[in-house]
Ligand binder design. Structure first.
Ligand SMILES: NC(=O)c1ccc[n+]([C@@H]2O[C@H](COP(=O)([O-])OP(=O)(O)OC[C@H]3O[C@@H](n4cnc5c(N)ncnc54)[C@H](O)[C@@H]3O)[C@@H](O)[C@H]2O)c1
Length: 364
């Protein structure tokens, strides 16, 4: 058991605050160093979180500090090189979503982890929380019967000013539209609950915003065992919600929230034929912990210190990225069915998600 994990953060912007807070909350971790393109940002951040050392770049940080864990909190395009450099320096890595801008680059990252015998933990914090764990146990154990049909909605609102930032809404700089940038959280939670996907059909739409990428996408995703999920992703929706609904043989499970969930956000409704005593066994009881970076990083740190495998909440970095890639690949082929085998051998969509968007905006 390692005593105290020496952590470093690269990219001290918005989400890095959640990492620093989780490091501070864990009794056996310490933030020792930070670096950012903007030294001023890194210095302000270091002062706010206990005076970590500030470095001009990641190479200098790694050479001087030899951290146990590097938290990669930069934009997705910077993740692959930084993650691979951290592994080469002998650190474990915690990388923010989406873990990489392409499946091939994610493969290079996981290969580097294997070569260095280090762990790559991915941040999809929607998988965490006691309610998601409870529902996953019920589904995995078969207590709710076979899952049949599902809906997954990321209906968010981002105005024109949001897309006016130069790197947003462009394939080259953002990598994808709302499917990759926003909906991946909910798609990831859906796949965490339902498991491996077997086919995807998708379409990308541009209905209003000035973007090169999509502002809406629609897709059908089929999971192993024959669960059919309808996935709708939007940045045009004034009443915002993140929702999943899974209808099984015995119950409907729903979660409705925006950026995080606790017990109150989840509901399990039994089918008419289910006896009340059986349904009572599905109740969410016991202490509540909401979803978030705190429980995710606590469980990752526990695993790294003890040498145990990563928790299910932090492993399988490719699962939801593959579904997103398959939606883009399908849309680029006029809605063609994409299977894991087709995606694995795909000539373009393992390296770039750039795809065909159907533009339905009225002339301006
Ligand atoms: N898990 C979540 O809920 C969540 C929420 C928001 C963002 N994110 C993810 O976190 C990552 C960062 O997003 P953010 O919102 O914090 O962005 P941000 O723009 O607020 O912060 C990114 C920081 O990285 C720095 N930076 C950029 N390129 C760099 C490089 N090559 N080397 C060093 N520093 C560099 C920037 O100067 C900036 O300070 C993205 O992958 C994003 O998708 C996750």
């Amino acid at each position: 058991m390692t005593d105290t994990l020496r952590c470093a953060i690269v990219g001290t912007g918005a989400i890095a605050h959640s990492h620093a807070a989780a490091i501070a909350a864990y009794p056996h971790a310490q933030l020792v160093a930070v670096t950012d393109h903007s030294r001023a940002t890194a210095e302000t951040f270091a002062v706010a979180f206990g005076g970590a050392a500030v470095y001009d770049d990641l190479a200098a940080l790694l050479a001087a500090e030899h951290p146990d864990v590097v938290h990669v909190c930069t934009p997705p395009g910077a993740h692959p090189a930084q993650v691979i450099a951290a592994f080469a320096a002998g650190a474990h890595v915690v990388v923010e979503k989406p873990p990489a801008p392409s499946l091939d680059q994610l493969q290079e990252m996981t290969d580097a982890a294997t070569a260095a015998d280090r762990q790559l933990a991915v941040v999809f914090q929607q998988r965490t929380g006691t309610a998601a764990a409870h529902v996953k146990r019920l589904l995995d154990s078969g207590a709710l019967g076979r899952p049949l049909v599902a809906q997954c909605q990321t209906l968010w609102y981002r105005d024109a000013a949001y897309f006016a930032v130069p790197w947003r809404g462009r394939w080259e700089t953002e990598g994808g539209g709302t499917t990759l940038g926003h909906a991946i959280h909910q798609i990831d939670l859906l796949a965490f609950l339902l498991g491996a996907w077997t086919r995807v059909e998708g379409r990308l739409w541009r209905l209003d915003r000035e973007t090169q990428t999509e502002d809406v996408s629609t897709a059908t995703v089929v999971f192993e065992g024959g669960v059919v999920a309808q996935v709708v992703s939007s940045t045009l929706s004034p009443r915002e919600t993140s929702s999943i609904r899974i209808d099984t043989e015995k119950a409907t499970v729903t979660v409705d929230h925006l950026y995080g969930h606790g017990h109150d956000n989840w509901r399990i409704t039994p089918a008419p034929h289910v006896e009340p005593a059986e349904a009572a066994g599905w109740d969410l009881t016991g202490p509540e912990e909401g979803s978030g970076h705190l429980p995710l990083l606590r469980d990752v740190f526990d695993a790294l210190r003890s040498g145990a495998p990563l928790p299910a909440t932090a492993e399988a970095p490719a699962r939801s990225l593959e579904i997103v890639a398959a939606i883009y690949a399908s849309a680029d082929a006029d809605g063609q069915v994409i299977t894991p085998a087709v995606l694995a051998a795909h000539p373009t969509h393992r390296t770039s998600f750039a795809s065909t968007v159907i533009d339905l905006r009225p002339p301006r």
